[in-house]
Design a protein around this ligand. Structure first.
Ligand SMILES: *Cc1c(COP(=O)(O)O)cnc(C)c1O
Length: 399
């Protein structure tokens, strides 16, 4: 009796679909899959271009500092036969020193995604309510749903603004966790101090506020951007701020992120549900070295900021609606099927993320890369979108 036949998957000898159907928890079977974007090798194979411009994962085109390369070399030379430090003491101390917190308030993760993941089994059960932004980083939704939690979404306003009434309504439902990303992914938009305070004031004191600060470093110089960690540490309520070495620090491939929590007991709970050696030793060493080179970070942020201004301006001049980003990516309304536009970009070897959420099916998210790569992207996007529009009211040349 076959009941489950996952689309496109032919059944092989020894497989037992009906057994799998009863083995896999219904919460898991119904989860949306995480979309990592197109694979560069696959794009080369399928479409031909050997030069791939990857603008799909908000990575840094400026890479890591020389100190990080040296730290990685040193660790490899010393050998990797031993398990890593399960508590990541040196890195936790370096983070603690930089942010003036004690190490009992620091949790390390295999990427900050890992900490997003740990929060769910540590805090959530079936029927708990979680409040998130929409559109948002998909893992804010996926991990809580895994536990059977209900996820309530608060959309941005039509012009990427803050919907005060929407937030107040959602927070009145008594959530257990509230996820906020500022800058948000995929919009790049930040919350100003007043908006952040609106959320914090309306969040039940029993709820955990999770501030996903993955793009913190890019937004720091924006005068409207409040440092969430500074705001939260003045409050007596549960909170955790998540940051990462994957974005501005350029360490995405090594997987290391961290959380600063209001309460050592929260860190203790997260430590209990994590796998003991979640952050490898090369990543720990690299992250310590990355923290040590703030000049490299500042240069990455400075160059990214120049490109953000330049490319936003160019796209808007060509008639595109672009969300006001404070980050290292742009959320762009193509006014046509984003999936189709993204597919055409793939043919030129350019990888972006088409959005699929209802209401945003015309949007692509494109990371800011090196100036020359950004130029290739904009030029190609203009060509594609001019072709896709019958009224032809957009210039098809750039600059
Ligand atoms: C990229 C990203 C992360 C985490 O990345 P890690 O590589 O796991 O540290 C977390 N939140 C948001 C919103 C992101 O965009």
């Amino acid at each position: 009796m076959r009941q489950v036949q996952i689309e496109g998957q032919a059944e092989r000898a020894g497989e037992h679909p009906s057994a799998m159907e009863s083995l896999v928890r219904p919460e898991v079977a119904g989860l949306p899959a995480y979309d990592p974007g197109a694979d560069p090798d696959e794009v080369s194979r399928s479409y031909g271009p050997t030069r791939i411009i990857k603008l799909s994962n908000n990575e840094s085109p400026y890479g890591v500092s020389a100190g990080v390369v040296e730290a990685v070399r040193r660790r490899l030379a010393a050998g990797v036969a031993r398990y890593p430090d399960p508590m990541g003491k040196r890195l936790a101390e370096a983070i603690g020193d930089k942010l003036a917190v004690s190490t009992e308030h620091v949790i390390l993760g295999n990427g900050s995604e890992n900490i997003l993941e740990l929060l769910s089994p540590a805090l959530l059960g079936a029927g708990d309510i979680v409040t998130i932004q929409a559109p948002c980083f998909s893992l804010h939704e996926i991990f809580p749903r895994m536990m059977g939690a209900r996820v309530d979404k608060v959309p941005f306003t039509a012009d990427f603004g803050f919907d005060t009434a929407g937030w107040l309504r959602a927070l009145a439902a008594d959530p257990k966790i509230v996820f906020i990303a500022s800058p948000s992914n995929p919009t790049g938009v930040i919350l100003d101090r007043e908006q952040l305070d609106t959320i914090l004031d309306a969040t039940p004191e029993t709820a955990l506020v999770v501030l996903d600060d993955a793009y913190h470093e890019y937004a720091m110089s924006n005068p409207s951007y409040p440092d969430g960690l500074e705001v939260l540490r003045g409050l007596s309520r549960p909170w955790i701020v998540l940051r990462t070495f994957s974005k501005a620090y350029g360490l995405a491939g090594l997987r290391v992120g961290y959380g600063i929590a209001s309460d050592a007991r929260l860190v203790d709970a997260l430590n209990r549900v994590r796998t003991p050696y979640n952050v490898n030793q090369v990543a720990q060493d690299a992250a310590v070295a990355a923290l040590d080179d703030q000049a490299h970070l500042a240069e990455t942020v400075r160059r990214t900021g120049l490109e953000r201004t330049r490319i936003t301006k160019a796209l808007r001049a060509a008639g595109f609606r672009v969300a006001p980003s404070a980050s290292n990516f742009l959320f762009i309304d193509t006014e046509q099927s984003a999936v189709v536009v993204a597919e055409q970009l793939l043919r030129s070897g350019i990888i972006v993320k088409p959005w699929r959420e209802p209401g945003y099916e015309g949007f692509i998210r494109a990371s800011l890369s090196l100036p020359e790569e950004n130029d290739v992207f904009v030029r190609r996007l203009l060509e594609i979108c001019a072709l896709g529009r019958s009224n032809g009211d957009r210039p098809s040349t750039y600059p």
